[in-house]
Design a protein around this ligand. Structure first.
Ligand SMILES: CN1CCN(c2cc(NC3CC3)nc(N)n2)CC1
Length: 155
């Protein structure tokens, strides 16, 4: 069956990145960008903008797709397909929601130990402004069995 489409938005300004602490649900207890599912009738980019607003109250001016991540979990036929977007300008003030507590992090102190384990692989490519495409095979939520990752010119 088709991959489950998900979005991830990373707001990056100069030397800081806006992350959110996930208060419940999938990825609870980890810092991440903002995102969620793609609903019927919306584009992936529209879904990314919607989830960003729902989760921290900001409206990104223009989202650029910079990454594609595919995740397989041992024993689960449903792969996740995460479309990663970035923006450097937005309207509004990052505000805590039921789902996320937003906080700015200096790009030199990203809390990788409290993030999904794949982030430490592709975040550096994101931070240097390049695009990436990756595949990670997980066993549970903490153990990566296989990694494939490449920089790409165009997504
Ligand atoms: C709403 N979505 C959920 C999935 N997501 C992920 C996933 C992820 N790894 C996958 C093993 C889970 N790694 C990051 N950084 N984000 C983005 C937000």
């Amino acid at each position: 069956v088709a991959n489950k489409l998900l979005t991830l938005v990373l707001i990056r300004q100069c030397n800081r990145v806006l992350l959110g602490y996930k208060k419940k649900g999938f990825g609870v207890g980890r810092w991440n960008g903002f995102g969620g599912k793609v609903e019927q009738g919306e584009t992936i980019q529209q879904a990314a903008a919607r989830e960003l607003h729902e989760e921290c109250g900001v409206e990104a001016h223009s989202l650029e797709e910079i990454g594609l991540l595919k995740f397989e979990f041992v024993g689960d036929p449903q792969w996740l397909e995460v479309h990663v977007f970035t923006a450097d300008t937005f309207k509004g003030e990052p505000t805590e929601s039921e789902e996320m507590r937003p906080q700015w992090y200096n790009i030199h102190s990203i809390p990788f130990n409290d993030m999904w384990p794949d982030d430490k692989y592709w975040f550096p490519i994101f931070l240097k402004g390049a695009k990436f495409s990756g595949y990670f095979k997980f066993e549970g939520h903490n153990n990566i069995l296989k990694t494939e990752l490449k920089e790409v010119e165009k997504l």
